[in-house]
Each structure stands twice: as C-alpha cells, then as structure tokens.
Design a protein around this ligand. Structure first.
Ligand code: 5GP
Length: 210
C-alpha cells in the first residue's frame, strides 16, 4: 500500500513547527485558496477545545479506541504530545495520494519526520513566528491552555526548533504580515508541483509534438 502511495500522483505537504506558530490559521487560509487540496484530519485523545468540531478539527478518541486503531496499523505515525496521543490516519492519506489529490497535514515535528520516513518525497515545511516570544503571546491569547501547559509547550518548542534543519522549507509567519506567510506557503506548493520529475516523458513528448 505504501509503495502504491509513493507512486501515486498526488503530493504530500507537511506543515510543522512549534505550538503557537500559527499552523492552524495558515493551513486554513491556504485551503481557502486551494480548494482541491485535501486536509488530513488527525486523531487525538485530547479533549476538544471550544469551537473544535469532531471530524473537522480532529477525530476525538478515547485512549482505548486510539490504541485499537494503532494496533491495527491504522496510523501512519503517532505521538504522545504533552500527555495526549495524536496520530495521522493512514488510509485517508494513502487513498488521496493514489487518486491524485495533494494532501496537507500539520503534525508536530517528530510526526513530520516520521511522515518523511514513510514518504521520502513529502515536502516538509517548518513554520516559525518572527519572534519566539510571540509563541507565548499567542498561546496565552487563545486562552485554551493553562499556564503550566503553555510553559510545557514552550519547552517543547525549543526542542522542535533544534530539528528545523531536517525540513525542506522555512516559512516565517510575521506578526504584521500574515498574508505574506500564506503567499509563501502557496508558492512552495506551486513550485513543488512544477518540479521536473513530477512530469513523465510522455507529457514532454506530447508537448513537443503538439
Ligand atoms: P494541539 O493540542 O495544539 O491541537 O496540538 C498539539 C501538537 O500536536 C501540535 O504541534 C500539533 O501539530 C500536533 N499534532 C496534531 N495532530 C498530530 C498528528 O496526527 N501527529 C503528530 N505527530 N502530531 C500532531
């Protein structure tokens, strides 16, 4: 199955970076611009935050059902992040790539690197704000985490930034220019689609003889 997915015509984009970097808003804005892009909804055992919707934000699972799916090989990768389980459902990603759809996901940094091992052609994009202190400001402003939780997320952020060089791209989400970050992300997707190896010889021949 994995082999088929690797040969599938769809492209896989992985947006990662520390909690508070703006992954959710950025990917939402990109999806509004690129409606054919398929978004891989993750599963988690974390309780829903206000406004989060089952099946759109996450699949909210009990630890037991998460572990059952994991035991059946249903996840591409899983991660315990700050005491909760998170995982990328395998079949949605593989099926869409085979069908030719581009897929985007936003796991944590370890998850992104695990996805890269499964799909070496995936494009990995690291997102950072233009100041580290903005991470804390954003996490505080959204009022969904306790102070301890925020402190834990900031400590994890330093470990995550240490792994940024394993990624293919860096996007800086400037506080005063959010649309600029969406433009940059869109440019990366468009450029990836135009890499010469994405086109087979028959396409070049057809163009040559048209
Ligand atoms: P949050 O609780 O803020 O929604 O997510 C916490 C962290 O888990 C974020 O860094 C988020 O990107 C990451 N995350 C969300 N879904 C997945 C997933 O399926 N796999 C992994 N490895 N990380 C995930």
């Amino acid at each position: 199955m994995k082999e088929n997915a690797l040969r599938g015509p769809g492209l896989l984009f992985v947006v990662s970076g520390p909690s508070g970097a703006g992954k959710d808003t950025l990917v939402d804005a990109l999806r509004a611009r690129m409606p054919r892009l398929r978004y891989s909804v993750s599963a988690t055992t974390r309780p829903p935050r206000p406004g989060e919707i089952e099946g759109l934000s996450y699949y909210f699972l009990t630890p037991q059902s998460f572990q059952e799916i994991e035991a059946q090989g249903g996840f591409l990768e899983t991660k315990t992040y700050n005491g909760n389980l998170y995982g990328t459902p395998r079949s949605y990603v593989e099926q869409n790539l085979i069908e030719g759809y581009d897929v985007i996901m936003k796991p944590d940094v370890d998850g992104a690197l695990a996805v890269q091992r499964a799909f070496p052609q995936a494009a990995l994009i690291f997102l950072l704000p233009d100041k580290f202190s903005y991470l804390q400001e954003r996490l505080t402003a959204r009022r969904t985490e306790s102070n301890e939780e925020i402190a834990a997320r900031l400590a994890i952020a330093h470990e995550e930034i240490a792994q940024a060089r394993a990624f293919d791209y860096l996007v800086i989400n400037e506080q005063s220019n959010f649309p600029g970050a969406v433009d940059d992300l869109e440019a990366i997707l468009r450029a990836e689609r135009h890499r010469i190896h994405r086109y087979d010889d028959s396409t070049l021949k057809r163009l040559e003889h048209s």
